[in-house]
Design a protein around this ligand. Sequence first.
Ligand SMILES: Cc1ncc(COP(=O)(O)O)c(C=O)c1O
Length: 399
Amino acid sequence: MTNPLDQRVAPELEQFIREGTYKRLNFLDSPQGARVRMEGRGEVIILSSNNYLGLANESSVVAAGKEALDRFGAGTASVRFICGTFTIHRALEAACARLVGTPAALSFMSAWNANEAVPGTLLTEHDLIISDQLNHASIIDGIRLAKAITKCQTAVYQHGDLADLDAKLAAARDRRVKMVVTDGVFSMEGAIAKLPDLIELCGRHQAVLVVDDSHATGVLGNTGRGTAEHFGVVGEVDIITSTLGKALGGAAGGFVAASAAVCDYLTQRARPQLFSNALPPTVAASSMASIEYLEAHPERVTALRDNTRYFRDQLLGLGFAPLPGETPIIPVILGETAAAIRMSDLLLGEGVFVTGFGHPVVPQGQARVRCQISAAHTREDLDQALVAFRKIGRQLRLI
Ligand SMILES: Cc1ncc(COP(=O)(O)O)c(C=O)c1O
């Protein structure tokens, strides 16, 4: 007899397949890059990864991981405060802080963990956290957890709506700490948060600003220091969370960058620090090598920007109407989830891997294929992808 849980999930899985929303995993058999070897498909062009700078398989980044494996061994074998902190963690954290422009940083196993740690550790029942409506799932779940743990108040402001945020902050004068949290770059839209306005607003209300720069670190600003560099306000954001799993080598890990006191307090009290192992030294070393590569090669960021502009202009030229923006996230809205998954399947048939996203990842009726551009793409890669977009776009009567 099947167990009750299998009985519950099996009909839903069948429903996903019937509705065309079932996610089939594609298996890669080569390093991440502009082109990869996909099991059963051969070589495909990737327009779907967060490998924005192409560092996932950069020789110095890979070599740093190998050297760390020899020097430090495979794992940390403990949580940080017991005996799992290595010198490479300290060096990585100094590099993260230097990159994003804060006095200190603390690494986590993922940016998910970092986003979970911030509100749940730093807030109390006297405080309030206000979140942009389109923030990443890790921020949303971090807030849910914080509410359960600390009994802090929570609120959501309309996406990018500073007037709504202003009103909600004004109504919260009694709160001891008011924390505002936003994505720097919204991962499904590619939109950039209005950081200077947010800084001004938070200053006026004496609120703490937290920016999740996971899609901006290594991407925005002339030297890839993120949303703050893009707007010329490096050093003015209270807390930056970000990932090591995207532009910075793409392995795994995340960090909180903030004042020394906030990082110290998180070291003392954040549950993902106290009850879970630290980053493997290999990953910490590769991430650090990625930051060093970025600091020495700002031209990678320029190449990413040039590729992004080229691909966006060409898509527009073909008659597609991607969401406007200037980041390497270029979404084409299709409506229903099944339509996005179908377009993604057809493009894959043409050797181009672009993921389709539907509800609940994006709002109902706004399913999309999301192109992500990398500095590693050559013009040939992008042109070949555009040929596929033209063919499938015509077939689906989108252009
Ligand atoms: C905005 C944002 N924050 C956090 C994360 C989580 O990153 P990580 O893979 O390091 O947990 C992601 C990953 O998709 C993201 O897009």
